[in-house]
Design a protein around this ligand. Sequence first.
Ligand code: DGL
Length: 276
Amino acid sequence: MKNPIGIFDSGIGGLTVTRQVINLLPSESLVYFGDTARVPYGTKSDRIVREFAWEDSLFLLRQSVKMIVVACNTASAVALDELNRYLKIPVIGVIKPGAKAAVKNTKSGRIGVIGTQATIDSGAYPTEIRKLNQDCTIFSRACPLFVPLAEEGWVTGDVPESAARRYLEPLLAENIDTLILGCTHYPLLKPLLKIIVGDSITLVDSADETALEVKAVLESIGQENSSKQGEYEFYVSDLPRRFEELGIRFLGRAITTVKLAEPWKATSATNFSVVE
Ligand code: DGL
């Protein structure tokens, strides 16, 4: 089926997930929406994040997407169940795939999770991990400074290193063998985090596993597209030029045309499909 896959995030970070979807499914077309006007989501209440997630999803539905990937950990943590309950197309998030990858990897069952304050407060990762393996012990920590550091491009050097040591020390003291990078921005800090955690701890990010889940879901509903190279459209709610400039670091390739969209201004008279 030629319709694109819709992907949304609070801003630019979801491009790390998009990158893996493009690598795995080069024939699929994508529409990406980054809510750059309202980022960050990770410091906001569940109520507000849910409202934003709805507006973002309805915008993507208006672009005739065949499925939605909630690439934002925060939005996945608080809004995914609700979106799935009401939308007719498949909606997948990044929490379950991340939990699955961590459970697959751990030997000791001691798993660390880092993410935004909202993601950690939601308890979404521990819930998903325990659904897969009740015997795991999970240690969580919010690392709010990592998002601005990654956006700023400060992913190595003294400043991110001392922040990372401070955030990670309590988790390292718990003898974890797996650490979930539960936020779209954290893969950019991977080389630094790897130095800090050492070889005995595996860093898991959801991007690879999410791309595999996208593929599995499309196959299960018979809607994969394999005939030609996919086309990509990028929308943001503010500062499209900045997104073009920064995007290459997150996506691993240049982004040429980024368009402006303000989903909250849309009228309610749209043809979005919801389960009655
Ligand atoms: N995209 C968010 C996440 O993965 C990080 C940035 C934000 O706080 O909005 O949780």
